[in-house]
Design a protein around this ligand. Structure first.
Ligand code: NAP
Length: 250
């Protein structure tokens, strides 16, 4: 792939202040895209991401929005569009967990996870879609999860949100296929981030038995694939769910 394949394209990466989203922002910038670095609570971390991109010769700005809030999402997309004229690549990465067995799950834990992971994906995607349709070019990439495929004890809310993203990916891919817009989902397995670092050793050991490759992945493993699917040469791949999980979904 041409190293500067995304020169002239503008990307919006949600939840890019840390973890997987940050690695995706770096990867797209490395490929030449200008990147809007979305954050919710970690403004300083998002500014650091921007500084790093700029110090490597790229263009970026940090933009606040809670993706579960329709008005904030609209304002974020307006800002990105006014700054760069379009949003050509959207990566719906922002996501949260709020685990617990269903029998004890609060309404709040259910609603927060669905609101961020699923409604946020809907709001951000709808907000950029018209511009992509007008330009007859777009890349929409959702970050799902292996847990949306396999399910996981204590994660009915999270599994439901991530499984829904798979249906959303396939339906939308069909809707916009003739407009030069591809819609795909990447489903990570367990990736070394704050979320996974926070697991107890006993949980990590149990999870490891589910991973054929026998180790967790890195944020860059996901970012690499996002870059690949965002690339100009990936124009004939749509509606796909691509597992980057060390074989866990097999
Ligand atoms: P992380 O390190 O906890 O980072 C989460 C990011 O999402 C942060 O930048 C956070 O922003 C942002 N975010 C959370 N709620 C938001 C909201 N309402 N509006 C805007 N941004 C919000 O998470 P991660 O592990 O990198 O996960 C990234 C994505 O990959 C998630 O969708 C997750 O479900 C998925 N995933 C992760 C793994 C894994 O093993 N790590 C596995 C499968 C799937 P602020 O800090 O600014 O609030």
């Amino acid at each position: 792939m041409d190293k500067r394949d995304l020169d002239g394209k503008a990307a919006l990466v949600t939840g890019a202040s840390k973890g997987i989203g940050k690695a995706i922002a770096f990867r797209l910038a490395e490929m030449g895209a200008k990147v809007a670095v979305n954050y919710n609570t970690s403004g300083d971390a998002a500014q650091e991401v921007v500084k790093t991109i700029e110090s490597n010769g790229g263009e970026a700005f940090a933009v606040h929005a809670d993706v579960s809030d329709l008005e904030q999402v609209s304002a974020m997309v307006d800002q990105a569009t006014k700054t760069w004229g379009s949003v050509d690549i959207l990566v719906n990465n922002a996501g949260i967990i709020d685990d617990g067995l269903l029998v004890r799950m609060s309404d709040d834990a259910w609603n927060r996870v669905i609101a961020t992971n699923l409604n946020g994906t809907f709001y951000c995607t709808r907000a950029v879609l018209r511009g992509m349709m007008r330009n007859r070019w777009g890349r929409i990439i959702h970050i799902g999860s292996v847990v949306g495929i396999r399910g996981n004890i204590g994660q009915a809310n999270y599994s439901a949100s991530k499984a829904a993203i798979i249906g959303f990916t396939k339906a939308l891919a069909k809707e916009v296929a003739t407009r030069g817009i591809t819609v795909n989902a990447i489903t990570p397995g367990y990736i070394n981030t704050d979320t996974v670092d926070g697991l107890q050793q006993e949980q990590k050991d149990r999870i490891m038995t589910w991973i054929p490759m026998g180790h967790f992945g890195e944020a860059e493993d996901i970012a690499h694939f996002v870059g690949h699917i965002a690339g100009t040469k990936s124009s004939y791949v749509t509606g796909q769910v691509i597992s980057v999980d060390g074989g866990m979904a097999i």
